[in-house]
Design a protein. Sequence first.
Length: 215
Amino acid sequence: MHGPGDFELSRRGVLIGGAASVAITATPPAADAREAVSPGAEAPVLAKIGFTVNGTPRTLELDTRTTLLDALREHLQLTGTKKGCDHGQCGACTVIVDGRRINACLSLAVMHQGDAITTIEGLGTPDRMHPMQAAFVKHDGYQCGYCTPGQICSAVAVLDEIRAGIPSHATGDIAGRPAMSADEIRERMSGNICRCGAYSNIIEAIAEVAARRKA
């Protein structure tokens, strides 16, 4: 059995010990210790990269570890492409490269030498909107708007995929031509997450543009 005094002493000891450990952690290590833990870091490897972005040739000298997303946002100031999860799970960073949609956060800029890249800024402007942008506005296919650039870039590429006959998991006959159906669109857009939950409006916007193209 421990009395109240014993408990108080034990608690005080724990507090004193914790304070001492914090003080030790906060003390900077000696110079030789720092060098032993973190030897002189090598300079980053730079590479000159040339690609076409929204119809304009661009050349950048970048650290070879720079993602395409960071190249677009930080070096070209094309901030319409959003950084959401930065792990390829939300689709906010979707751009179109040589006609195919990709997650820009998962792709290194050096992999796109000579490629043609289209971001949301290259699809249309407030004065001259792309049909998909106009349909999103008409059908209220967004709420906070953060995922919208990626949603629109993905939607444009989805219609091109279906038109090219590329099957999805929702395609009944992979040897046949995919139908321009809500199920096809929903399946193909499943990698683009809308935290606001505007999915039904997004599908309506894409379906309207698809119907116009078919007509």
